[in-house]
Design a protein around this ligand. Structure first.
Ligand SMILES: [Fe+2]
Length: 253
């Protein structure tokens, strides 16, 4: 922690295939990840930790996770991650954990509480936290009532205003919000999944979604549509009073 704030880099929705030649929307996810990483490398080396918020692999294959951990191995920055709907947690967790990444959990770092939630439902694109994850969230928040808190998950807990995308949101978001509303120390909620920049407030909580390191989805589109914007990442500065300062940085399309 330097200059009174925590610095965090979020990388999300890398969608790496085991087959290095496969593409999504004309883009090779490995190439776009490497381009994003080049853009992010100074930020990653200077930050307190990296957050990877799901859909690391496109099809949950072990080779994809191995490629990711090997590609990020030259950075000494700690990495925290959680799964997305394209991941297979039972494949992902042992591979990333063996490489020193932290998978899920709640973590007090630099005067902030970070709660990493698993919102995945087997064989579904939508998300659901379920009782166990909601209980874990409530317990973590009750244990740290005085620490500013960032909740991280893969799925969007509010509609994005995009009909096709909103078929894949967090189905138990009402239960999620009833826990969050009882805990004014929650400063922000951060997710992936939607492959676009999103920055708003709800109940005084900062809501943030971020570009993928791969293809981008067009904001507020009623049906599936790609956005020609380049891949990117989010940089966050988290202050002791709960304030969040953040920006998106992108690679040229
Ligand atoms: Fe996703």
């Amino acid at each position: 922690m330097q200059n009174g704030c925590l610095k965090v880099v979020q990388l999300t929705d890398t969608h790496i295939f085991a087959d290095s030649t496969r593409r999504i929307g004309g883009l090779n996810p490995r190439e776009s990840f490497l381009a994003t990483l080049e853009k992010a490398s100074v930020a990653i080396r200077g930050c307190d930790f990296v957050l990877v918020t799901g859909d690391l692999a496109a099809e949950g294959e072990g080779l994809a996770y191995r490629w990711l951990v090997e590609t990020l191995a030259s950075f000494e920055t700690p990495i925290y991650c959680l799964p997305g709907n394209h991941d297979i947690g039972t494949v992902m967790a042992p591979i990333v954990s063996a490489s020193g990444w932290t998978y899920g959990g709640s973590h007090v770092i630099g005067g902030w509480n970070f709660v990493l939630l698993d919102s995945c439902v087997v064989d579904a694109e939508y998300g659901c936290l379920g009782e166990a994850e909601l209980d874990r969230l409530a317990t973590s928040l009750s244990r740290q009532p005085n620490l500013p808190t960032l909740i991280c998950l893969h799925h969007h807990p509010v509609p994005m205003g995009s009909a096709w995308m909103d078929t894949m949101l967090l189905t138990d978001s009402a239960n999620f919000w009833s826990v969050v509303k009882q805990n004014p120390q929650v400063s922000g909620v951060l997710w992936g999944h939607v492959h676009q920049n999103f920055d708003t407030f709800k109940h005084g909580v900062r809501l943030l979604a971020s570009p993928s390191t791969c293809v981008q989805f067009a904001a507020r589109s009623p049906s599936f549509a790609l956005d020609p914007l380049g891949p990117g990442f989010r940089f966050l500065r988290l202050f002791a009073d709960g304030h969040i300062d953040t920006e998106i940085k992108r690679v040229e399309p």
